[in-house]
Design a protein around this ligand. Structure first.
Ligand code: NAD
Length: 312
């Protein structure tokens, strides 16, 4: 996944995952039984922002739903399993979060996941387009650089594409940047000498691989991703509830660079993206990082678009 280049001086401050506002949003998690899906569903069940939590997976959802439904918080939990129950899981959803798909093993790139995850995401996006086309769609499944173009093209096929409502969740990169910067220096605004800046940037970019290696074949980041996915979902819900000034980075349809999709800070509102806040003023170091990423990113976007164009 390519996320916005980490800019320590602009990192969004760490924030609590709790909130005092309430609403009755119906949130679906597709891939709810997985390494990310389970802790993500737990965090969503713990939030007063969620009125109904709809859990879908191809396996184990009855157990996950039964377990979560015993927690005393207000969200009503329902579990759906298998393709026959996908439509029912999505009816009336305001937000759909998608962590379904296979994760990386050591030695794999995110792009190695393309063949399996492209089909999974296209199938799920198709069901969203038919059942809750107005929902905010938050895609976690990798490679995000391609799964967002895939989702967008599927929505276009049904004439229900709204680029302000389709998000590639890149919040984990921001969460990691905040954590790693805080390990080195605690007080904003921070500055780093060139050698430390380039080592820190490389660590943030490769942090997913750090976890894949440490888990030694047992998957990729799940708990930190669940935290990041919940943080992003709560921001979307807060903004839908009318809270002002909600800003999160996400990978979205974009005019900010020569790539059709890019991850930048976004001002969120009642209807999704209210304003793309753009890349801002970049240092020479950051400009080089963006330039380096453009070629590969364009290829990933085209690969996603071609996949949908060639779908039967
Ligand atoms: N965006 C990010 O920053 C980020 C970070 C980490 C991982 N990821 C990605 O998230 C995805 C999930 O990772 P994980 O560790 O939870 O994997 P996992 O294998 O533990 O869980 C995936 C879940 O998806 C389910 N699933 C498979 N096909 C499905 C379908 N057609 N419909 C519904 N559910 C289906 C599986 O049954 C499983 O429960 C991977 O693609 C991974 O690369 C993204």
């Amino acid at each position: 996944m390519f996320s916005r280049i980490a800019r320590p001086t602009l990192c969004i401050a760490n924030r609590s995952l709790t909130t005092s506002s309430q609403n009755n949003a119906k949130v679906a998690v597709l891939g709810a039984s997985g390494g990310i899906g389970q802790p993500l569903s737990l965090l969503l069940k713990n939030s007063p922002l969620v009125g109904e939590l709809s859990l879908f997976d191809i396996a184990h959802t009855p157990g996950v739903a039964a377990d979560l439904s015993h927690i005393e918080t207000r969200a009503h939990v329902t579990g759906y399993m298998g393709p026959d129950q996908l439509n029912a899981a999505l009816k009336g959803c305001d937000v759909v979060v998608i962590p379904a798909g296979v994760p990386r093993k050591p030695g794999m790139t995110r792009d190695d996941l393309f063949n399996t995850n492209a089909t999974i995401v296209a199938t799920l996006a198709d069901a969203v387009a038919r059942n809750c086309p107005e929902a905010m769609i938050c895609i976690i499944a990798n490679p995000v650089n391609s799964t967002i173009p895939i989702t967008s093209e599927v929505m276009k096929k049904y004439g229900v594409y709204n680029p302000n409502r389709v998000f590639g969740v890149t919040t984990l990169d921001i969460v990691r940047a905040n954590a790693f910067v805080a390990e080195l220096k605690a007080t904003p605004k921070v500055e780093f000498p060139a050698d430390q800046l380039s080592a820190l940037t490389a660590r943030i970019q490769d942090a997913g691989t750090e976890v894949v290696k440490a888990k030694a074949g047992a998957g990729s980041a799940t708990l930190s991703m669940a935290y990041a996915g919940a943080r992003f979902t709560f921001s979307v819900l807060d903004a839908m509830n009318g809270k002002e000034g909600v800003v999160e980075c996400a990978y979205v349809r974009s005019e900010e660079t020569e790539c059709k999709y890019f991850s930048t800070p976004l001002l969120l509102g009642k209807h999704g993206i209210e304003k793309n806040l753009g890349l801002g003023k970049l240092s020479a170091f950051e400009e080089n990082l963006v330039a380096d990423a453009i070629g590969e990113l364009k290829g990933s976007i085209k690969k996603g678009e071609d996949f949908v164009a060639n779908m039967k």
